[in-house]
Design a protein around this ligand. Structure first.
Ligand SMILES: *Cc1c(COP(=O)(O)O)cnc(C)c1O
Length: 479
């Protein structure tokens, strides 16, 4: 493709992108695609000779787009948002064009130095401690993996990297990790990967507000020590995925300090809300943490992937992950930050650029306004659902998330209620007008309502609620 051909196609695509953004509401939020349906439209083998771009674009619209879930649809209320924004997309166009590998300072000095500065901007926007230093990871899972690896090294006297799993099993060095019952599945996954073994994960009981009980944590740690285990890490959540559980960081941090345990804070979703002074208290005690992660790619208008990982002591991170063969040495080694030493993958995209575009384009106050709008919309809907007969709140409002179920008067068989709500959510999602996801709350089926798409306005929430009421009413009659 010549630069002139590229220019023509790019202009055409930019028009397509702007039309998509303006018209995304015309698509069903979640497609009704059957498994294998899209694969059946794709040729079984790669073409031997090149095809015209016009054909490729036409096939994209005809065959691929109908199989997409539209995460940027304003009626997307599922999971957590992965919100994006026009400035973020513009920056990604530049990142893709430069196509730089930003693993070392030398392989793109501007990318490294901008990453350092953007991590400092974000740290200050969230009022995280001044001594936290950050690095961008692809996902919170990768950041949590890095934290568990450092905790493993620290707890084994830096021997596990040398001696392998033998360092974890020998003479009472069975390493244990602590999370609440509400913690994200990524922690269990990273424990498997980091060699701890799932059996050494301790799930600490939560209180009636779904927060980890510090006294139960202290008791479990004491029992494990008495049993000859070595507690290595506690992962506390600010905003768990199921119900947005908020663990009390300060008392958990004090317990960790007493025993020399690594404290990692998972704020993947809710971390973005710490830019709001009125919510910063959710992170009280974070100065006791050894590491902290949040995802600008969830709720800070920066498209996937961009996960901000902070450590109080980068030398421990580098000691765990750094490996510098001759071909990665440079004249500046030791005098500059080579971010490949701060993450598991060697290769790194220029992800700081989209943060720079987003933060400059909206300004911190502009970002605050959008998050406040989401929280206010969720709060209004929460009040509405609470006051509507035939509905029951299943978990309290946490920022822009709560869960509920349809509970017709007089219907008290729990299994029937589960079945009713399971059918309800499928009907709602199959309608294409909204997308919601479910959760088990204290073992009962609940529907999560999570607001955070960049362009979601009051009318989208109102329409969703009207649809939920109508669908629930007609279903209740048949149950
Ligand atoms: C989304 C989420 C994760 C996982 O984030 P990825 O970036 O997809 O790895 C971890 N913890 C919590 C609380 C989350 O909400």
């Amino acid at each position: 493709m010549t630069p002139e051909e590229f220019r023509a196609h790019a202009h055409e695509l930019v028009d397509w992108m702007a039309d998509y953004m303006a018209g995304v509401e015309q698509y069903p939020v979640r497609p009704r695609t059957a498994p294998g349906e899209i694969a059946a439209k794709l040729p079984g083998a790669a073409p031997e000779s090149g095809e015209p771009m016009a054909d490729i674009l036409a096939d994209f619209e005809r065959d691929i787009l109908p199989g997409m879930t539209h995460w940027q649809h304003p009626s997307f209320f599922a999971y957590f948002p992965a919100n994006s924004s026009p400035p973020s997309v513009l920056a990604e166009m530049l990142t893709a064009t430069l196509a730089a590998q930003c693993m070392l300072w030398q392989t793109s000095p501007a990318a490294t130095e901008m990453e350092t500065r953007m991590m400092a901007w974000l740290r200050d926007m969230l009022s995280l401690p001044d001594h936290f230093l950050g690095v961008i990871q692809d996902s919170a899972t990768s950041a949590t993996l890095a934290a568990l690896l450092i905790a493993r090294e620290r707890a084994t006297g830096w021997r596990a990297n040398e001696d392998g799993l033998a360092a974890l099993g020998a003479e009472g060095t069975r390493l244990t990790v602590y999370v609440s019952e509400e913690a994200h599945s990524s922690i269990e996954k990273t424990m498997k990967v980091a060699g701890y073994g799932k059996a050494n994960l301790r799930r600490i009981a939560t209180d009636e507000a779904f927060a980890m009980r510090p006294e139960a944590l202290a008791r479990t740690i004491a029992n494990d020590i008495a049993d000859g285990a070595t507690p290595a890490c506690v992962v506390a959540s600010i905003g768990g995925t199921g119900v947005g559980a908020m663990d009390p960081i300060a008392p958990i941090g004090e317990i960790c300090q007493t025993h020399g345990i690594w404290l990692h804070v998972d704020a993947a979703w809710a971390g973005s809300a710490l830019i709001l002074p009125e919510w910063r208290h959710l992170a009280d005690g974070v100065e006791l943490a050894d590491s902290f992660v949040f995802n600008p790619h969830k709720w800070l208008l920066t498209n996937f992937d961009c996960s901000a990982f902070y450590v109080a002591d980068p030398s421990a991170l580098e000691r765990t992950l750094s490996l510098v063969p001759e071909y990665l040495r440079s004249r500046e080694s030791g005098r500059v930050t080579d971010y490949q030493n701060w993450s598991v993958p060697l290769g790194r995209r220029f992800r700081a650029l989209k943060l720079w575009f987003v933060i400059r384009s909206y300004g911190v106050e502009g970002l605050r306004e959008i998050l406040r709008r989401h929280i206010a919309l969720a709060s209004d809907l929460f009040d509405e659902v609470s006051g509507t007969p035939g509905f029951e709140i299943m978990s309290p409002l946490r920022l822009a998330l709560f869960s509920f179920r349809c509970h017709p008067e007089g219907m008290n068989d729990e299994d029937a209620l589960d079945a009713l709500n399971r059918t309800l959510i499928e009907r709602l999602n199959d309608s294409g007008s909204v997308y919601l996801t479910q959760n088990l709350v204290r073992d009962r089926f609940a529907i999560r309502f999570s607001i955070g798409q960049t362009s979601t306005q009051q009318r989208h929430v109102r329409q969703a609620w009207e649809l939920i009421k109508e669908t629930a009413e007609s279903l209740s009659k048949t149950f």
